[in-house]
Design a protein around this ligand. Structure first.
Ligand SMILES: [Zn+2]
Length: 82
């Protein structure tokens, strides 16, 4: 019997906010992304190793790391603007 271990990284869009990008200086939508790294067994992701958040500019692709708190606050911010 043999086991196939590995790790898988998945990235998902959790929110879109708009502000002036500090890379390109444009007021454009910014994608708030969640990146999860998990141990997989037989290519099935099982145990989460780390979860990180970042913000990616849709104009220039500039990436800014975010804390989980900042990502959560972006959801509250977009809820308040509906
Ligand atoms: Zn930008």
């Amino acid at each position: 019997m043999f086991l196939i271990f590995g790790n898988s990284i998945s990235e998902s869009l959790i929110n879109v906010v708009a502000f002036i990008c500090h890379f390109c200086g444009q007021n454009v939508p910014q994608n708030v992304m969640k990146r999860s790294n998990r141990i997989s067994l037989f290519f099935i992701p099982l145990i989460p190793l780390s979860t990180k958040y970042h913000n990616r500019c849709t104009n220039c692709g500039g990436v800014t790391p975010l804390t989980a708190e900042q990502a959560k606050n972006s959801l509250a911010w977009s809820e308040s603007r509906r």
